[in-house]
Design a protein around this ligand. Structure first.
Ligand code: P6P
Length: 334
């Protein structure tokens, strides 16, 4: 019999909340609805091959990318459940150019930024995909929300996390007191604590980058990729190249095993491809809480003050010593 106590995500959230007597439970209510959204999207992702919901929706999102039906469905699920939580004033989503204002949420305290289904180009080929969320508190509860409430630097996040729809479905999050992973037990439809206090190894032997763009990378990044492929048994080089094309899948593996994920500037994407508000900031909050690092090449990601809702930044994120190595090589090249 497994001796580990069965701690569900709901119980864990309640226990965490009880540590802060002054807390009124509004954030917990958002988490309960995020969890419900995760279960609903998991249901749709798992049956994608069965129900005719594959293929392009025929519309494009603000990023100009073909929208898969599951992108649209996932976005609608998150929006509906944030509306119902009553504790969210607005949502910034990768799928919507404009802000979604939650009806009746004018006086709510929290702002959500989401990538409802990241890696969606992998849906039709059955590779792991995921949802990413980032939560902020509005700056001035007694005044109407302004752009400044939404464009806060990542250091001001109150919570962040992702759901990975992989061989198992996991809910991984932080509120600034460590990183915790919960695995969905399908038989009882409960997320159960499986990875308490996740810490990323300070050194790893996995590098994740799209080498198809290698010649477009800054010289220091090219030098680091070359270093990863070098021969040094003591340093476990050559490292393993692992790049799924799904940020959450690559990040989750590197978080548990150690490694670095890079999306450097390219000619096509001079500011990188990943979005600051709902991809880079939440993943950076998680990795730093797990003892890792996240950098744009010029700044700590979480210290960048956003200027636009869908702003992109380059990102080097993962094991602290691996991030330091690539930054050193970029600085030498500068
Ligand atoms: P590329 C998916 O579209 C995504 O945002 C990340 O999940 C993934 O790591 C990256 O883009 C893949 O981009 O340009 O290498 O195909």
């Amino acid at each position: 019999m497994n001796q580990n106590p069965l701690i569900t995500l709901n119980q864990f959230i309640a226990d965490e909340q009880s540590k802060f007597p002054k807390v009124n439970g509004n954030l917990s209510s958002i988490f309960r609805n995020l969890q419900l959204a995760a279960k609903m999207i998991n249901r749709d992702v798992r049956k994608a091959g069965l129900v005719d919901i594959l293929g392009n929706f025929g519309e494009t999102n603000v990023q100009g990318e073909e929208q898969k039906k599951l992108d649209v469905i996932s976005n609608e699920i998150f929006m509906r459940l944030m509306d119902l939580s009553g504790n969210c004033v607005c949502v910034v989503s990768e799928e919507d150019e404009d802000i979604h204002w939650c009806p009746g949420g004018e006086n709510a305290k929290y702002i959500l930024a989401i990538d409802p289904l990241d890696g969606s180009s992998n849906i039709d080929v059955n590779a792991s995909i995921g949802s990413i969320f980032s939560i902020y508190k509005r700056l001035s509860p007694d005044k109407p929300v302004t752009k400044e409430d939404i464009l806060q630097a990542g250091i001001h996040q109150v919570a962040a996390g992702y759901i990975i729809y992989g061989t198992a479905t996991m809910f991984v999050y932080t509120t600034g007191n460590g990183v915790f992973g919960f695995t969905l037990d399908d038989s009882i439809q409960e997320f159960c604590l499986s990875h308490p206090n996740i810490m990323i190894p300070e050194m790893g032997s996995i590098f994740s980058v799209n080498e198809g763009n290698l010649k477009e990378f800054p010289a220091g990044v090219q030098a680091y990729v070359d270093y990863c492929k070098g021969n040094d048994k003591a340093e476990k080089r050559p490292y393993s190249a692992r790049y799924i094309g799904s940020l959450i899948a690559d990040f989750h593996r590197n978080l548990l095993k150690g490694g670095i994920y890079m999306y450097p500037p390219t000619e096509k994407a001079p500011n990188g491809k990943l979005r600051l508000l709902y991809e880079c900031n939440p993943m950076s909050f998680l990795v730093e809480q797990a003892g890792g690092k996240s950098h744009t090449g010029k700044h700590r990601v979480m210290e960048v003050t956003p200027e636009q809702f869908h702003q992109r930044v380059p990102i080097f994120i993962g094991s602290s010593r691996m991030v330091d190595q690539v930054l050193d090589m970029m600085n030498k090249d500068a």
